[in-house]
Design a protein around this ligand. Structure first.
Ligand SMILES: Cc1ncc(COP(=O)(O)O)c(C=O)c1O
Length: 468
């Protein structure tokens, strides 16, 4: 159905509200395309709900960050290197790690099982033993033991980042060979947060003491890295810049007593586009980070450190999407219209439910229809399984449904954290199955290729977990 005379069409709304098309989106004949992928055709072929990962976006994100750091390093004649680590917890899938490692990046881990992934990648020839492994997270016995085993196996650039002083004793229990250490410094939280100081890492006041008393003269330990992660993420705010400068000064304090120290890991938190209504100047942020580190070190007479980042969302977030069909409609009162999706937000996009995360949400077809304000409901019987506000307008608008064809919609840039938090492939709320997952890539000639990674979860798979 085409209705060119209507002015309050969904297409008018999107084009008037945002700079559109951008971020790989475009609309052809009232159908949405994403990086050239015909999403309507995709749902016709594979059905919905459908999760997908567009692999080329991973490489382009890594390249973007590496190039921006390289140009800031050149501009400020920064005399140390930049290392891009991928934070594995944002997506552990093999197809993500395989893609990430093609760009020759290092890895950051959070728990013992992460190390099993790395050993598997090494045996498959995808990871070298001389690449960096930054081991963050709380050190349990098995995590510490696995780290020590890997150092013994020749993973020479594994860095165990201490979250608290007691972890040193645990590491000491297992290490036989020289082990690189890092120390995570606790950041101060934003003034409106529930606690003053992050629970992760240790107070900067304890660092020099810990180094002097337990690391300096230990035959197996070298303190190589200081690490921090500003919880707000990397943002152009007074809070971020004051935390960064404070922590670079801590680096200089420790460097004055510890000659082995040569690396500052500034964590993850590079933002991604979760709305069409925001703008990030990545070049400016990276330029300023390098500038601050360089100028503070220069003024303190300390050689500048190698800079490590651990970008998770930035690496993989914008590669992911999930497509749903609207399978029902309800009108609960004069104002509240509901569209029912064919899956659950709680399990397929758990951040929308857990932390009120917004994602880019767009209709896939029917852009020539009139729009209306709606609430989106999931299939579970949970009152919290809904989505009704985007970042920009605090509302959600979708094309009006007609009987002609089902309305399809997609959430985009959903590639980080959603599967692990949603317990992908496990027991799902109200037993709504995990969707099919499709991997989309481009071949040497630039054509799109499609590979089904997983079918929709079966009743047998779920019943097995449940013990039937
Ligand atoms: C220590 C550490 N590094 C890196 C990251 C990745 O953060 P992001 O996904 O925002 O880049 C996290 C996320 O929680 C983290 O805790």
């Amino acid at each position: 159905m085409s209705a060119p005379h209507i002015r309050n069409r969904y297409t008018d709304l999107i084009h008037q509200t945002f700079f559109f098309p951008r971020h790989g989106f475009e609309v052809i004949d009232n159908q949405l395309f994403f990086h050239g992928i015909d999403l309507n055709a995709l749902v016709k072929e594979y059905g919905s709900p459908l999760k997908f990962t567009y692999l080329p976006k991973i490489e382009s994100q890594i390249t973007k960050a590496k190039e921006l750091f390289a140009s800031a390093i050149e501009k400020y004649q920064y005399n140390a290197s930049y290392n891009y680590c991928y934070c594995t917890k944002s997506s552990h899938f093999s197809f993500v790690l395989n893609e990430v490692l093609k760009s020759n990046v290092d890895l950051e881990t959070s728990s013992a099982f992460d190390l099993d992934i790395i050993k598997t990648l090494e045996t498959k020839g995808k990871f070298r033993k001389d690449q960096f492994i930054v081991c963050n997270g709380y050190k349990t016995d098995s995590y510490a033991q696995k780290m020590a085993e890997m150092v013994d196996m020749g993973y020479n650039n594994l860095v165990c980042v201490l979250d608290n002083p007691e972890e040193l004793d645990l590491i000491n229990k297992y290490t036989k060979n020289q082990t690189n250490l890092g120390i995570r410094i606790a950041t101060e939280e934003e003034p409106n947060f529930l606690v003053y100081t992050s629970r992760l890492g240790m107070s900067y006041k304890r660092v020099v003491d810990l180094y002097e008393s337990k690391i300096k003269d230990h035959p197996n330990f070298k303190l190589k890295m200081l690490h921090f992660f500003v919880n707000s993420g990397i943002k152009d705010t007074t809070y971020y810049w004051s935390e960064l400068t404070r922590l670079v000064n801590v680096y200089c304090d420790v460097k004055e007593v510890c000659p082995d120290l040569d690396t500052l890991d500034i964590g993850g938190g590079m933002p991604i586009y979760t709305s069409l209504g925001v703008e990030y100047d990545y070049g400016y942020m990276i330029d300023q980070i390098v500038y601050y580190i360089k100028s503070i070190c220069e003024s303190r007479g300390v050689p500048e450190p190698n800079i490590f980042t651990e970008f998770g969302s930035f690496t993989v977030g914008e590669s992911g999407g999930v497509l749903y069909s609207i399978i029902g409609k309800k009108e609960q009162n004069d104002k509240e219209q509901w569209y029912v999706i064919d899956s659950s937000f709680i399990t397929t996009l758990p951040d929308t439910w857990g932390i009120g995360q917004k994602f880019i949400l767009l209709a896939i077809n029917q852009w020539d229809h009139e729009f209306q304000r709606i609430n989106l409901g999931g299939l579970t019987c949970d009152g919290q399984d809904f989505y009704n506000s985007d970042t920009h307008t605090n509302q959600v608008f979708m094309p009006k449904i007609t009987d002609d064809e089902p309305l399809l919609m997609g959430f985009f840039h959903t590639g980080a954290y959603q599967e692990s938090l949603g317990g992908y492939g496990g027991i799902q709320h109200c037993l709504i199955p995990a969707p099919k997952h499709l991997i989309i890539d481009r071949n040497e000639t630039g054509e799109l290729t499609y590979q089904l990674f997983a079918e929709e979860q079966t009743p047998e798979a779920m019943l097995k977990i449940l013990g039937y």
